[in-house]
Design a protein around this ligand. Sequence first.
Ligand code: SF4
Ligand code: SF4
Length: 997
Amino acid sequence: MRFDDASRAIYATDASNYRQVPIGIVIPRTRQDVIETISVCRKLSVAVLSRAGGTSLAGQCCNTAIVIDWSKYLNHVLELDATKRFARVEPGTICDDLVNAARPYDLTYAPDPATHDHCCFGGMLGNNSCGAHAQMNGPAVNNVESMEILLYDGTRMEVGWLTEQDWKDKAAGSGREAEIYAKLRALRERYQHLIQLRYPKIVRRISGYNLDQLIPNEKGMVNIARALVGSEGTCVTIVEAKVTLVYNQPERVFLVLGYPDVYQAADHIMEVLEFKPIALEGIDHRLYENVKKKGGLHSEHLKLLPEGRGWLIVQFGAASQEESKNVAEQLCEKLRSQPNPPAMKLLVDKTEQKNLWDVREAALGATAFVPGQKDAWPGWEDSAVAPEQVSSYLRDLRALYDEHEYNPSLYGHFGQGCIHCRVDFDLYTEAGVKKYRHFMEEATDLIVHYGGSFSGEHGDGQSRAEFLGKIFGPELIEAFREFKAIWDPDWKMNPGKIVDPYRMDENLRLGPTYDPKEPLTHFKFPEDNGSFARATLRCVGVGKCRRLSGEGEQATMCPSFMVTREEKDTTRGRAHALFEMLQGNVIEDGWRSEGVKDALDLCLACKGCKGDCPVNVDMATYKAEFLSHYWEGRLRPRSAYAFGWIDKWAQLASLAPGLVNLATQVPLLRNIAKFAAGIPQQRKIPAFAPQSFRDWFKKHKAKSNAIGQQRVILWPDTFNNYFFPESAIAATEVLESAGCEVLVPGGHFCCGRPLYDYGFLDSAKQYLQRILTGLGSEIDRGTPIVVLEPSCCSVFRDELHGLLPEHPRASKLKDQTFTLAEFLEKHSSFAAPPFRKKAIIHGHCHHKAIMRMKSEQSLYEKIGLQYQVLDSGCCGMAGSFGFENDKYKISVDIGERVLLPAVRRADNSTLVVADGFSCREQIAQLTDRNALHTAELLSLAMQKPQLEDQAKPERQIMRRRKQAQRKSMLAAALALASLAVAGFVIVARRKSVLKYR
Ligand code: SF4
Ligand code: SF4
């Protein structure tokens, strides 16, 4: 149970425009916990709201209530019966968990919202969710068999299919359950005619309660569970659901059709539907352009679309790819035979299919916070009409947007008539909110004109509920009220949504009163108009940061949530905490807030969110900014000085590395050293190299053919300089063999990476300024800089721009900084030697988020490496995170998710490659392997070693490293012993002289 301000702040909003601060949060471990929670709420007359993924777009997931978060513990597939084609799930079960469990049986749960890798059944049933593959078997309501429910008054029931006779029998009994069945029958009797008359006759009628489910189907059956689907937590608490599984048509192909515009694309929906696709999506050129503007991975995949400015993405599925391809080709043929056929592209390759689908599924994020455009919000994001009316509805809707001077993109599930838009409503000013209301009034009229539904996917929540009367009329609105009262006579279940709703323009998260503090900050937040407040507003709440696994080898977000499953440990939770901190009415202690610090505590500053979040929330930067103020004028914990100032300690240690290693590597002494630095005893302190890279380089004679050639600065970062000079030496060899003249800056320069983790931002700025001055002439001259440590490379590519955006040399340095592979690919004539060994590659989080790993992969391919880039997310060490006392367990848990088991599984002849110092430490400390830097890999390739030491090929390097360390420690020990003997002799002689006198 959490009643603290920060937890309440974190749960105050969902993915909608609304904000209601809950009374408290309960995270139940068992059903009994839920029963007891509701019992206590009943005694105290407090409202209840169930929540799981918290991704609702219409405001149904925020309320001034006790919020029950089902997602952490009650999240299992309880049963899967492939023969009878059903599964039993808990409210916190993630959609994909069931889809993946059903796949081996060629079955699936058809409705799969774009958030399917993190949305949960509680929300999907609560909202009557759909998704692209609802095309296969309709919305959630068509895919539920029965549910176990709990009422606010404590009644527990199982509801599902009933014959009329069963229903009568149940209603004839006594007690609360019988009363419910009797009242439901009476309600049906009274309103059946109106339900049949007024309910929109479209598949995607998500608005309103499912009272139509009380009317017997053609088999004379009703399903009370289905009547409760889509009730948005306003009637009952779902405890368990039995859901339908359908044949998954496993072998799929895409046919993509390009038209001159989205309206002409929509003109062809009905003829495409004749071919029975399993999904039929539409997108317009605005979405295309937004994705392009945002850049990143998805923009590269836009090339999969054929020529056009409006597209239909048609997916076919069957038992074999041949079959699905055949149907796609038949459609092609038909379209080709008509005048003005569309441009067509058939995608059979599975990677291409996934890439294109990712573009479509990323649409919501792609339409929010587009650089150079007004902010866009939900509100009219999922209206639906019959598919045959989409083309004229789209034209009318665009005219309405034009009239109101809004400019959203139009896309969605065209095959079922559901149109998505994120609209540039002005939610900041009174006039803007008024205009938003005016638009909503006209848009709802337009939908009524088309016989459609305000919501075709996301529910009514607060944003559409007040208009429901336009579709259903006052009598059915009264029926809704009666329906709710049958289940929830105390009116305590998620009140103010669907029935007797809040107005669409109250409880706004922004609104005319939105007036956040605009504190002075170290980072300048250039992408957010210089405003930290705006940066904290970025999160659109769709919860991609709640995924439990990566979404491919380049994905990282969010490692802390992946192991804790706590909302506060998501990027979203942290963004919401910071938003509330600047609002100041729940979290009142600003930068000194312990609650916000706690929410940021497990953030690994991995930048996974900056790379993976659809709106690029950059929590690592926000955390550094927060910590700089939190600690201002106060003493930080000792680990902050131990790790934050590691460049200074390392410089000092390089005067006598053997001596320092004695203190950090020898038993007992090392225990004391760990205690002093706040390092957990389970960790090993990395040993200093006997000779730093800089010292090696001073004595190094460059290859004569390299002098005067392409100059390149090799950045001597703290880690590769003082700890792992082997990587930098290898890089020197590689660069020189590529015909470059390698320069290494003299003097003590450090990019300051470790400073950010503890909020030493004044120092970080000074470090950067020193570099911009010290390397000024080379920067001005355009000399490229190769940075081996990815986290340091990302300082020049990312933080530098945020801290000193106006410094004339900052953008030059940013543009001149490369990873080794990037440099070799772009600026050298490096003839990569063939090296056909097997390797597993772990990308550093900053590398994946900021630089991406395209050049590395291209280089590996050129040398013929048989490599696999692991979908390992974060290694868990993340700079000094894993070296901190209280983070050890979570650090290991993150590493054990994918990376460490993959390293242990790799056979002994497979190389392990990781460019990040902390990743290599995590691997070395928790497995029996050592990872190599790409530079070392290339150097090995160049040496063309016989590799007689096939088992664990990195052994030669490690053996040399360890021998050198041991030698230096021995020398230090001998020096110490000699000093001790000399001291003893001096003292003894002094004593004997005194005695003699
Ligand atoms: S932080 Fe990003 S990924 Fe997470 S909910 Fe917000 S917008 Fe989505
Ligand atoms: S920086 Fe990493 S750990 Fe922190 S919020 Fe972003 S993804 Fe999560």
